[in-house]
Write a protein that binds this ligand. Sequence first.
Ligand code: HXC
Ligand code: NAP
Length: 254
Amino acid sequence: MAGKVAFITGGGSGICKGIARTLMAHGAKAVITSRNQEKLDAAAKELSEATGGECLGVACDVREPGTVEKALDAALERFGQLDIVVNGAAGNFLCPAAQLSYNAFRTVIEIDTIGTYNVSRAAFDKALKKNGGVIVNISATLHYGATPLQTHPSAAKAAVDSMTRSLAAEWGPLGIRVVGIAPGPIDDTEGMSRLMPEGMRDKILAAIPLKRMGTIEEIGDLALFLCSDAARLITGETVVADGGAWLGNGAFQL
Ligand code: HXC
Ligand code: NAP
């Protein structure tokens, strides 16, 4: 990763802060983004202190292409190049489809799916089409089967997986690989605290073949592999990292 620059949406917290940490520990410089500049400043300081690497926090809303372009400009101004994009910004909450407002459904699609397109497209225009690179889309396994109370993120992530394949096909000739990571339940994350109903932990663990949740560090390691030359033949693929959670039970069961 030495000499590489990574632009990581959702990088101020949880899984994507972990990805930033791992890439930085291996020599990359990181730009982390979310909507909250204060949170990003604190995370950038923490990541730099932990890894000795450089990290810039820039606020943007992935739903707004103008703010995404400004954040990419700030990244290019600071580091002069861009090699890796991680699309991790997402929104989620448990809600039956019949109780979702129209705006609630749209909001999750806008953050997860349209946000992934906005950032990928702007990064392509501003940097990747010139020098190639890697785009990593953070997905899920919710949509492999059917997950109750998760109609909105399931639809959003299914579209993200489709985009991973389409962009891989269109941009491969320019030296751009587009890959995905589909984590299962990952411990100590906002996602799990929102999605795991009270008292369900043991039931969830019992349904996972490896009998444990994943860790943030494990998703960081997978991202490191996918961004590295060790994965140079892999594009268009979304790699599941879930301890086998979705295999025996359809989708991750809430
Ligand atoms: C029903 C809800 C709701 C809830 C919000 N809404 N929370 N509806 N149940 N719990 C509705 C609101 O009423 C509103 O509709 C619409 O959604 C938009 O809400 P806002 O608060 O105005 O949106 P916004 O400020 O843009 O915030 C987006 C958000 C929020 C998704 C609602 O929770 C957020 O910022 N989340 C980011 C962090 C996050 O979710 N992290 C977890 C990612 S985990 P109306 O009609 O009233 O206007 C993940 C895991 C996937 O993705 C797989 C796991 C296995
Ligand atoms: P998280 O910490 O809440 O990460 C989501 C991030 O997205 C936050 O940093 C949030 O920051 C940012 N964000 C939300 N809306 C945004 C917007 N409009 N513009 C820019 N940034 C925005 O949750 P997590 O659990 O680590 O999830 C990270 C990724 O992993 C997500 O893609 C999620 O779907 C995926 N995933 C998680 C799990 C799990 O077990 N946790 C399982 C499968 C998949 P702000 O709110 O400050 O903007």
